[in-house]
Design a protein around this ligand. Structure first.
Ligand SMILES: C[S@@+](CC[C@H](N)C(=O)[O-])C[C@H]1O[C@@H](n2cnc3c(N)ncnc32)[C@H](O)[C@@H]1O
Length: 234
C-alpha cells in the first residue's frame, strides 16, 4: 500500500494531467503496481496523456520496478503530451509505449502479465476483444483492473457477466468512480463468488446513485471523500 509520502508524490505528479481517473482509482493502480513482484509485466491499454500510466509506473518504481507497457493509438499530438508528462514525472525509463490498435498488439508483448489495466476502446465489441486477447496473458494470481466498469457501453457487460460471475476471479473490489479490480486464479471458491456478487451489488448501487439528479449526501456531500475511500478498500 502507498505510504503518505508516496500518495502525495502521486497526487502531485498527476494533478495537472487531463484524464478521467479519480484519486482513489489512481491509488488503487499505484498499490497494485507496487505489489507486482516481477512474475510478469504491467500493461495499460489506453494511455491518453499518461495519468494512469504514471500511477502504474510510480507504483512499479516504489516496488520491484516491473516494466510498464503503455498501449494506445498514440496519435501525434496526444503522444507528445504523453511523453512530456511521463518524462516530467521521472518514470520514463520504466515505460515502453506501444502504438496501434490494442486488439492487434497482444502478441507484441512476449512476456506474461502480472497486472493488466484496460481503459482503451469504449465500443462493446472492441472491449471484449481486448479482454479476450489480453486477459489470457495474465499469470495465475495476476491482477486485472477495468475502467468504466459502471458504464453500460463497453466494460460493464464484461465486468458483470464475465469477471464477477466467473470461476476465475476473486478478491474483487469496486473503486469509485468506475473501476473494477480482481485477481485472476485457476479456480475460485464459493466464498470468492459470494464476495464477487457483493461487489457487483455495491457497484450497481453506486452507479445508480451517481446517475440520480440529486445524488445522495454520501456521494456528493462533505463526507463523500471518506465514503469513497472506504468503498475503495472494501
Ligand atoms: C479514456 S482514454 C484513457 C485514459 C487514460 N488511461 C488516463 O488515465 O488518462 C482512452 C484511450 O484509449 C485509446 N484507444 C481507443 N481505442 C483504442 C484502440 N482500439 N487501441 C488502442 N488504444 C485505443 C484512445 O486513444 C485514448 O487515449
Amino acid at each position: 500500500m502507498a505510504t503518505g509520502a508516496e500518495r502525495e508524490r502521486l497526487a502531485a505528479a498527476i494533478g495537472r494531467i487531463k484524464g478521467w481517473l479519480s484519486d482513489e482509482e489512481a491509488e488503487a493502480l499505484f498499490d497494485r503496481a507496487k505489489a507486482c513482484t516481477g512474475r510478469g509485466a504491467i500493461v495499460e491499454i489506453g494511455s491518453y496523456r499518461g495519468r494512469a500510466t504514471i500511477a502504474l509506473a510510480l507504483g512499479s518504481q516504489a516496488g520491484s520496478r516491473v516494466p510498464v507497457y503503455a498501449v494506445d493509438l498514440h496519435h501525434e499530438e496526444q503522444f507528445r503530451r504523453f511523453d512530456r508528462n511521463v518524462t516530467r514525472a521521472g518514470v520514463g525509463e520504466l515505460i515502453t509505449p506501444l502504438a496501434g490498435r490494442s486488439q492487434e498488439l497482444a502478441d507484441e508483448v512476449r512476456e506474461p502479465l502480472e497486472l493488466l489495466f484496460i481503459d482503451g476502446a469504449q465500443d462493446a465489441d472492441e472491449f471484449r476483444e481486448d479482454f479476450e486477447r489480453w486477459v489470457p496473458k495474465l499469470v495465475d494470481g495476476g491482477w486485472l483492473a477495468v475502467q468504466d466498469a459502471t458504464d453500460s457501453q463497453g466494460a460493464r457487460p464484461v465486468a458483470d457477466t464475465i469477471v464477477l460471475r466467473s470461476r476465475h476471479f476473486r478478491r474483487a473490489r469496486f473503486v469509485p468512480d468506475s473501476m473494477l479490480v480482481a485477481q485472476k486464479v485457476a479456480g475460485n471458491t464459493s466464498l470468492d463468488r459470494l464476495r464477487n456478487a457483493w461487489v457487483l451489488a455495491v457497484k450497481s448501487i453506486y452507479a445508480g446513485a451517481a446517475k440520480l439528479e440529486e445524488p445522495p449526501e454520501w456521494l456528493s456531500g462533505r463526507f463523500a471523500r471518506g465514503a469513497r475511500r472506504v468503498l475503495a478498500r472494501l
